[in-house]
Ligand binder design. Sequence first.
Ligand SMILES: [Zn+2]
Length: 487
Amino acid sequence: MGPLHDVLDLVEFKQLTAAEALIDWRAAPKRPVHPALAQWTEQAVHGYLTAVAALRAAPGVPCGEPLEPVSRLWARQRGPLKPGDPDMYEELVTDRRYAGHGVRELRVVRMGSVRNRPRDDIEIAVAVGVLAGGRPVLSSRWDRNPLRLGQSESARLVRLVEIGCADASHRVLFEGTRAEAYACYDSSVEAHIEQLIAGGSYRPGEKCGGCDAVDNCPAVPSVPGLLGVSASGSPRRSWSVTTGRTHRRCPARAHMESLFLPRDAAIEDKEAITRGKAVHAWIESRHRRTPQQPCVPDDVPGPPEAWEYGGWRVTGLQARLGIQMIGDHALVCPLRDRPEDTEVHPERAIAVYDPDADVVIVAKTDLLYRVSDRWALRETKTVRALSEGDPLEQHPQLALAVLLAQAGALPGAGHWQVELERLTGSGPVVTQLDVTAPDVIARAQHVLDPYITPWRADSQYPTKAGKACEDCPFTRWCPDAAKRSST
Ligand SMILES: [Zn+2]
């Protein structure tokens, strides 16, 4: 969002047109900008300004006299909510701020569309509370000792608007008097804020990749040298096997993913991928039952010609194959022998930090389970035919699992093993990997290296236009994307 705000600042505070502002910004960006982010920014500037032009004036604001942009942030300071609380809380709003004619308006900028975006009543209540009672912030927003606030006239009307930059959509989330704004901040909002302040247990997982405190988190194991690369001074990043795989196909696509640029939903999954997801979703649901029960061969979805599970719909051959694979899984289900003495964690995300690489590794595992004192990580793959060759090479997640198990970075204490369950057209096959064997560890490192080293060293993220564009959801933002018609 940084570049978008930089350009909008030029439009609003230097009175440039959008075209002039974009030229100035391109000539001297505050920080290096990837061409895809530049393309998104350009469209987002037009999206924002188009949405704002279509926004109706707030009540009492004369036509043709728009609100003035406000450069200072707004914040409010509040006393303790209940006895025993700290002396003061500060609530601050960022995004784009405007004032005039007794109105205070905050426009929250979203990267994608705001059509059908879920409404967050707690966010709205906090934001309009600050609009109603906040004052301009004079000190740096990072200098909380506490914030130094200036004076300003209170508003007769506050308004909260949300703008979707991808399609110039907008909606007014709140418009009302100060009293009406304060009334949004009811007991349920206060209870939620109190919960935020009180904190809770650690929940390590996929979100650790974006957390600034991950290097000090007691719930995220630190394994120096896990990835075998050094940070060489570049900023912290988050890596998963998917990141590595995408980066190998097209570095720019991996970068756009990490920027959370809006995706095109129209790219359809291939049939076999959909079948794999449907089978996974069904097996996961069986493993989540309480009390725990082993999977049984005749507990399968239907009807055989077309079925749907977890939002994944399969028909014909894929539907029949999926049912056969689910039935086959029962023969190798980890719960089949001693369900009462087995602990299962389906679809668990694991986060590990490698300080040498300054990388947060996120692994989404299919199943972690324990039978008496032995733990196993099982990856389940659905493949029509069993292929020859090294399973680690074919499934880099397995190589990562070996390294995590070997480094003691998995959550259960004790002995770990890694398993590959392949559900094939001709039956189930479970392969066990000894994570203490030096040759297995060396192969796992060898397999992962091409997914890690070039990615960690990359700071430019060049595009690799061509085949990778065929199913890329970001071609809209990519200046080099191969034209769909030519692929
Ligand atoms: Zn099972």
